[in-house]
Write a protein of this length. Sequence first.
Length: 541
Amino acid sequence: MDETLQIQPELVQRGLDPLDYAAVVFYLLLTFGIAVWFGRKQKDTEDFFVGGRRMPWLIVGLSILATLFSTLSYIGVPGEMIKRGSALFLGYLALPFTFLVITFLWIPFFMRLKLTSAYEYLERRFSYVVRLFAAVLFVCLRLGWMGMVVYAASMALDMVKGGDTTMLPGPDLYWWIGSIGIIAAVYTAIGGIQAMLWVDVLQCILLLTGVLLTIGFVVVSDGTGPLDWMRTAASNSSDHKWPPVFTFDVTVRNTIVWTMINSFFWHICTHGSDQVVLQRYFSTPSLQAARRSYFTNVIVDFSMAGLLSLAGLALLAYFVKHPALLPGGKTAPEMADKLFPFFLGNQLPAGCAGLVISAFLCDAIQTLESGVNAITAVATKDLIPRKGLAKETDSQQLSLARVLTVFISLFVTGAAYGIAYLQVVYNLTLVDMMPKFFNMFVGPLAAMFFTGMFVPRATTRSILPAAIFGLALSIVWSWWEAIFQTSWRPTIFLSIAVPCLSTVLMAAILSFIVERGGKHSGSGFTWWAIVYGKNDVQEME
């Protein structure tokens, strides 16, 4: 053991080897080659946004996983396990329920609509004002999400590389943020969604390799396994013992029921209202292909979450056993989100750090271009006045989409700088930061779709005030301690469910107060009417 402890500090100081830089350069050349290859085939915005609706279901399924399981999850899930225990992973017990809802309710509904922007539906069901409000919520959601992803990836890259250089002014973290933003802006403007989907597959492979290397290293180097890791974690902190199943106290952060509710609502809300996810289903040729894509996503999602949680447990046990390997006398729970990238960059053999940097670059660029592509689709379809767009040719609209892509990418890069500053101020983990910066928009946005599907009486008069109320409630719930200057705060694992349910309930109540009842212009666009009725895409367009 003493011999191991003598070797590891040398690895901490070694920095990046030529093999590491070679891996990064190779990855960048490969992804740009993919972007150029698919970019030359694009003729119009249909190709740019939904790939001509002919993408293979397996590729789409992996792409959905790669999009939703971003750097935030890749670093946040192990970080949560290291600092808080297993409650977050146990939320996946809700997966069978989410599978039923998404497979049998959401996918048939949206595939029958054949949209480019999901928010086209809200105009038909309610009005253009509701569609515009939803599009704005989506843009806010994905700008916050992308800013956090760019920050998280840059922080991880900084930990992998280790130490600031003396050649550049300021912390290297800020240079990573700028570099990722510029690369993603160029890449997204060229490639469109087809390049995006294929690069997503590369991302899944690289991320899976990184987590398997971590688990394998701890097993081989220490000769321990999961049971040993669980015993070490439980003896280190009470947070790593079995979490409580349920409590009526909403200030208790980790209970199995709270995390199950969070997992259930996050999945059904994102798959039922988020353009980033729905745009991928729109790119498949049929309902069967879309369902197969989701099934693929479920399997890989659960597997990746399990492996990342296991990696967090392994790292906690490893650094509890070898505390001298941590920088500055820190403990494993104190490092939390930073521990996984620190280990990847400083404990694995030469060459592996380059592979990991490629994985983080891949994820950050993919996430940024996924969100930017979806926001651009929403901007050109929902936000920019349609009369002006109608006069433009297909090539002009495609050029506009590419210009918007660059500007949005640069804006997100600026947002990442702001998030980096706020993270220092609040000193929160990535999981704690998610409701504050983007998840607070998820519940109200999804509730607008759910109301349209299942509250037949509702019109703009009832859904719009309900959605505004839900948004206000969501902001207060997510920023409670900052608004009221108190240490008491409701659990983050209800920050999607409570605003979502409150919005739908309020819209249902208002539909009986302010609506006259009877048939109205949106009556033919409920879930039952779309799935089992005679509406088709020609009528909707």
